[in-house]
Ligand binder design. Structure first.
Ligand code: ATP
Ligand code: MN
Length: 436
């Protein structure tokens, strides 16, 4: 038996029942192992699942049996045998081996049960093989796939923004500075301003790219490097923007609940929770939100931004995300358009996810008129020189437009109900960790 080649069954198809009583070859890694007398039970994993293999000395011969029974957790192995239905085996199937080959024994795997969180983060490159992280990464892939599918159906174009930028997007406190041939440059915090450029040619666009924020705080929902989905739509006002957001969230939640219930259950998420996410979502203004939060005991005054505690209070009895609209313009970015019918506030909305997961989206109608943009840059003490190209969009063929930013890991954390955002990304970057 040779480890290369395509003549191998996937464990997932064995578990689906389609190979019962057939002879198969599988290829994977030892997940668990137990030997007693002349029989060795190896639970083998590949990318699609785990299956138990019963390896009998009489069937495979002495030397193969010895090497199989000496395999470590994570040793690489090939097994050939007949698939039997067996209620006692994990997943309900067992391979009765006729031949087994240890491809590489390797060294004893360093991760055993009950390791500390820090140890598992130090060995993240190994821990990513765990069933839990494997399932989460599969769900993350599907969630991103359905987001792209949604925008494809809506006729959007995906474009690539620059990651290295010359100026701050929204002010500098959380920027990572890099040296660019002796000049100062930055890792982007948001691709929004570039997404706005793309609307002038392609109208409805999105960017899916990493954003970088030197977040000095340790929270369960901030990363220093996260994936940011930033759609931007020509001729959309804020109402249309919000309707698009709720349809997008409904789409991805329904798709996950309908197409991947087993994956969700394996992660500990009830598919019904996502099934409940149907448009329209509740809308409340910032002013109402502050009153509700204060009444429920939050320590917040008008004019302050909503924090994790307030967001949790606002959504604790909700099944669906909630829009909070019309924030004071002083606490929001310079490019958000002021609400003509509610001056002092902007045409924006944050989307708060239920179950205390908090903000997952920030969006707004953008300022599209030259005079208003210049006024707001000034009010924010920003230098128009740094934004010349962005101002140009208000000089040549300006038009109303809107957009939003969705944190992929925030969405994954909520949809899968994870305790911490670090498990929503393979290699989390946080204030005290850039290894591995
Ligand atoms: P927060 O108040 O939660 O820090 P923010 O107001 O800084 O969020 P925006 O600048 O509006 O967020 O960014 C848009 C979206 O990007 C957010 O709604 C969130 O989903 C995501 N996001 C922002 N910062 C982070 C981060 N440090 N890690 C992961 N996702 C983030
Ligand atoms: Mn932030």
């Amino acid at each position: 038996m040779d480890a290369l080649g395509t003549d191998f069954a996937k464990i997932g198809s064995i578990l689906s029942g389609s190979l019962t009583n057939s002879k198969v070859r599988i290829r994977g890694w030892v997940h668990r192992s137990r030997t007693s007398g002349g029989i060795c039970f190896l639970v083998v994993r590949d990318s699609t699942g785990v299956v138990q293999c019963a390896i009998k000395k009489d069937a495979v011969g002495e030397s193969s049996f010895i090497s199989a029974s000496q395999a470590y957790i994570e040793s690489t192995i090939l097994v050939e045998g007949v698939v039997k239905q067996d209620a006692r085996a994990p997943g309900g199937y067992e391979i009765s081996a006729s031949s087994v080959k240890l491809v590489a024994q390797g060294e004893p795997f360093p991760i055993a049960k009950d390791q500390s969180v820090e140890f598992l983060l130090d060995t993240r490159h190994l821990w990513l093989r765990s069933q839990r992280l494997t399932n989460i990464m599969k769900a993350r892939h599907k969630i991103i796939f359905y987001l792209r599918e949604f925008f494809e159906k809506e006729g959007f174009w995906e474009l690539a923004p620059p990651i290295i930028t010359g100026a701050a997007c929204e002010g500098g406190s959380t920027l990572f500075e890099i040296s660019y041939f002796g000049e100062k440059a930055y890792l982007t915090q948001s691709s929004q301003l570039y997404a706005e450029v793309f609307t002038t040619a392609l109208e409805n666009v999105y960017v899916l790219a990493p954003s970088f924020r030197a977040e000095p705080s340790r929270t369960v929902r901030h990363l220093c490097e996260y994936w940011h989905l930033e759609p931007e739509m020509a001729f959309y006002d804020q109402k249309m923007n919000m309707r698009l957001q709720e349809r997008m969230l409904e789409y991805v939640c329904q798709k996950m609940a309908d197409s991947h219930p087993d994956l969700l259950l394996a992660i500990g998420r009830q598919p019904e929770k996502l099934k409940a996410v149907r448009a329209p979502f509740k809308r409340m203004t910032y002013e109402e939100a502050v009153e509700i939060a204060a009444r429920s005991g939050a320590n917040i005054k008008k004019g302050q931004d909503l924090g994790a505690d307030e967001e949790a209070l606002l959504t604790k009895d909700e099944e669906k995300p909630v829009f909070v609209t019309n924030f004071p313009k002083e606490i929001k970015a310079f490019y958000m358009r002021e609400d003509p019918s509610n001056p002092g506030t902007v045409l924006n909305a944050d989307v708060l996810a239920p179950e205390a997961h908090g903000e997952i989206i920030g969006g707004s109608e953008r300022i599209w008129e030259y005079d208003e943009l210049m006024r707001r840059l000034k009010e924010n003490n920003l230098n128009p020189k740094d934004y010349e190209w962005y101002i140009d969009l208000r000089r040549y063929g300006p038009f109303p437009h809107s957009g939003f930013g969705l944190g992929i890991e925030r969405l994954v954390k909520w949809m899968l109900n994870l305790d911490h955002i670090r498990d929503a990304i393979p290699f989390p970057r946080t204030i005290n960790r850039v290894y591995p």
